[in-house]
Design a protein around this ligand. Structure first.
Ligand SMILES: Cc1cc2nc3c(=O)[nH]c(=O)nc-3n(C[C@H](O)[C@H](O)[C@H](O)COP(=O)(O)OP(=O)(O)OC[C@H]3O[C@@H](n4cnc5c(N)ncnc54)[C@H](O)[C@@H]3O)c2cc1C
Length: 530
C-alpha cells in the first residue's frame, strides 16, 4: 500500500548503515526521531463533509486524509504532526471523461472548489486544499488510466491522463516503444500531472521535456471541452498546448493526452567521469552541449554533492579504491562526479560516447567506467525512499531547482548555497547543502539543490525553519535572474516569486485565461495565480 504520510510503497525501505549515519551526525548533528501521529488519530480529526451527496464522491475520512497533501516538506510536516489545516470534503474517482464533466457540473452548481489530483507527488503545494467557506472536491484521476489508442506508424499513443509512469511505460514497451519520460517520481506521478506541471524527466536531454512529448489531448473545463489535435507541427497561430502545459489544474481537467513515443533503444549506457573541480566539469559539459551530441543525460555534481553521494552509498571498500585511483590522477578533495547517459541505436551510442569522452578527457576528466552509472540507473527511483529513513532519524530534507544561462551558473550555485547554509544561524542549527546540474541545454542549465536540517521536537519550528530557508533560497534565485522553477511548477510555494519573471502584464494574462476557462473560479484556487 502507498504510504499515507511519506514516500512510496510501505513495503519498501531504504536502510542507512552506520557509516552514512555518522556522516550526517558530523555534518548537522545527531537527529532525534520525532513522534509521528497515526492515521487513526488523523482520521478521527477529520470534520464532517460539507458536500451534498453524489454517487461518484467518497466521503470516507481516510480517503480525504490520503488526498489532503502532496509531497512537499510542509506537506510532510503536516502529515507527520497531524496539523493538516484543511481536508477535501470528498474525493471522486471518475472512470470516464463524461463522469469528469458530470463532476465539474456538480461542483459548479454548489460552488465547490475542485482540485484535480494525479499522483499527489507535487512538491510545491499544488494539491493542498486551502481553508475557506466553500467545500472542496478532490478529483482523483487514477482510474482514467487506459491506453485509448496507439498509432503504430506515427508512434502516437493516447492515454487516459491519470495513468502512472510504470503503467504507461509497460503499455508502450509491449508495443516496442518508450516515452522516455522518467521523473524521479515516476513510480507514482501521472501523465496528466506531468503535462500540467511542465515536468522534466531524467533523460530529458535525449527525449525532451514533457512539452516536447505532449502532442495533444482533451481538457474538460467549467466553460467547455478543449480538443488539442496532435499535429506534428503547426503555424496556425499560438499553440494552445502551451496554455495547458503548466496550467496546474487552474483551467480544467486534462482527461486524455496523446504522447510521442520512440522505438525502444538498442542500447543504453550510463558512465561516470570525475573532474578535479567543478569548473573543469562545467567547461566539459558546456562543450558537450554546445557540440549538440546526442546524449540522453548529463548530471554534474558539485564537490559537496559528490562527497555526500559517495558517503551515503555506504560502499566503503569500492569508494576507497575509487578514491585511491583518482588521487593518482590528481583528482582528490574537490572532485566532482559527472554521470553521462547514452541511449539509442548501437552505432549512435558508440559515436556519442566516444565524442563525449574525448571532450571530458580534454578537460582532464577521469573516466572510471560503468559501475557508478549503472548504480545510479538501478537506484534512481529508490532514492526518494531515503526521505522516509531520514525523517525517522530526525532529519528533514527538501529540494529546490532553477535554471539560468551558463554565464550565471557559478554565481547562482554560490548564492543558493550561501542562502541555505547560513539560514538557520539564528537557532544555532547547521544546514547541509549540495547541488548538481541536471537538465542541460546548449545555452544554460538547470540546477537542483538538496538541503537537510534537523527536525525540531516542535512541528511549528520545523516548518518555520523551512519557511526561512525556502524564502532565502527563493530570493537568491530571483535576484540572480533564475526561474523560480525549472520543473516542479508554481503551486502555492512559488506563487510569491512568479511575478518577478512574468511581470504584471504576464500575470494579468494568466488571470484572464483562468477566468475564460473557469468563470466562477472553482478550479484549484490559490495555485499558480493568486
Ligand atoms: C520524490 C519526488 C521526485 C520528483 N522528481 C521529479 C522530477 O524528476 N521531475 C519533475 O518534473 N518533477 C519531479 N517531482 C515533482 C512531481 O512529481 C511532478 O510535479 C509531477 O509532474 C506531478 O505529477 P502528479 O501526477 O503527481 O500530479 P499531482 O501532484 O497530483 O498534481 C500536480 C498538479 O497538477 C494538477 N493535475 C494533476 N493531474 C491533472 C489532470 N489530469 N488535469 C488537470 N490538472 C491535473 C493538480 O491539480 C496539481 O495542481 C518529484 C516529486 C517527488 C515527490
Amino acid at each position: 500500500m502507498i504510504r499515507w504520510n511519506g514516500w512510496g510503497d510501505d513495503t519498501v525501505v531504504y536502510p542507512l548503515h552506520e557509516g552514512p549515519r555518522d556522516f550526517l551526525a558530523v555534518l548537522v548533528g545527531p537527529g532525534s526521531p520525532p513522534r509521528d501521529v497515526s492515521l487513526e488519530e488523523v482520521v478521527a480529526s477529520v470534520p464532517p463533509s460539507r458536500l451534498p451527496a453524489h454517487s461518484l464522491v467518497s466521503y470516507d475520512p481516510a480517503d480525504r486524509v490520503r488526498h489532503a497533501r502532496g509531497q512537499s516538506l510542509p506537506d510532510w510536516i503536516a502529515m507527520r504532526s497531524g496539523r493538516f489545516g484543511a481536508f477535501p470534503d470528498g474525493v471522486a474517482y471518475p472512470t470516464t471523461d463524461a463522469e469528469v464533466r458530470d463532476l465539474l457540473c456538480y461542483a459548479g452548481e454548489i460552488s465547490a472548489r475542485v482540485i484535480p489530483y494525479g499522483g499527489g507527488t507535487s512538491v510545491v503545494g499544488h494539491v493542498t486544499p486551502l481553508p475557506g467557506e466553500a467545500p472542496v472536491l478532490t478529483i482523483d484521476l487514477g482510474r482514467l488510466n487506459r491506453l485509448r489508442d496507439f498509432d503504430e506508424s506515427s508512434k502516437l499513443a493516447t492515454f487516459g491522463a491519470g495513468i502512472k509512469g510504470p503503467d504507461l511505460e509497460a503499455q508502450l514497451r509491449a508495443r516496442g516503444c518508450t516515452l522516455g519520460h522518467f521523473p524521479q517520481s515516476f513510480e507514482l506521478s501521472t501523465l496528466g500531472g506531468w503535462v500540467v506541471t511542465r515536468s522534466a524527466g531524467q533523460q530529458s536531454l535525449g527525449y525532451g521535456r514533457i512539452e516536447k512529448l505532449f502532442a495533444g489531448g482533451r481538457l474538460e473545463s467549467p466553460a467547455g471541452s478543449l480538443e488539442l489535435p496532435p499535429f506534428p507541427a503547426s503555424a496556425a497561430g499560438p499553440d494552445l498546448r502551451e496554455v495547458i502545459l503548466g496550467s496546474e489544474g487552474r483551467l480544467g481537467i486534462l482527461t486524455e493526452a496523446t504522447v510521442r513515443a520512440t522505438p525502444l533503444p538498442q542500447r543504453e549506457d550510463f558512465l561516470a567521469v570525475f573532474f578535479a573541480d567543478f569548473y573543469q566539469g562545467q567547461a566539459a559539459v558546456q562543450e558537450i552541449m554546445q557540440a549538440r551530441l546526442p546524449l540522453a543525460m548529463l548530471r554534474l555534481s558539485t564537490a559537496i554533492e559528490t562527497q555526500t553521494t559517495l558517503a551515503l552509498a555506504g560502499r566503503e571498500r569500492l569508494i576507497g579504491a575509487l578514491e585511491r585511483l583518482l588521487a593518482l590522477r590528481g583528482v582528490d578533495d574537490d572532485k566532482c562526479m559527472l554521470l553521462l547517459g547514452f541511449t539509442g541505436r548501437e552505432a549512435v551510442v558508440k559515436m556519442a560516447r566516444k565524442e563525449a569522452l574525448d571532450i571530458t578527457g580534454d578537460h582532464r576528466g577521469v573516466y572510471v567506467g560503468r559501475t557508478f552509472g549503472k548504480e545510479w540507473h538501478k537506484s534512481r527511483f529508490r532514492t526518494p525512499y531515503l526521505r522516509n529513513t531520514l525523517w525517522e532519524m530526525g532529519y528533514a530534507i527538501d529540494t529546490l531547482e532553477t535554471a539560468v544561462d551558463w554565464a550565471n551558473v557559478p554565481a547562482m550555485l554560490q548564492a543558493i548555497d550561501d542562502s541555505l547554509r547560513s539560514g538557520l544561524g539564528d537557532v544555532g542549527e547547521r544546514v547541509h547543502v549540495f547541488s548538481h546540474l541536471s537538465h542541460l541545454y546548449p545555452y544554460g542549465s538547470s540546477m537542483y539543490t538538496t538541503y537537510l536540517y534537523r527536525i525540531s521536537p516542535e512541528p511549528e519550528e520545523t516548518l518555520r525553519r523551512w519557511q526561512v530557508l525556502k524564502a532565502a533560497a527563493s530570493s537568491a534565485i530571483v535576484s540572480h535572474k533564475g526561474t523560480i522553477s525549472h520543473q516542479h511548477g508554481v503551486g502555492t510555494d512559488h506563487l510569491p516569486y512568479i511575478v518577478a519573471e512574468k511581470g504584471p502584464l504576464g500575470m494579468a494574462v494568466l488571470g484572464d485565461l483562468c477566468r475564460r476557462f473557469d468563470p466562477d473560479g472553482i478550479m484549484n484556487p490559490g495555485k499558480l495565480v493568486a
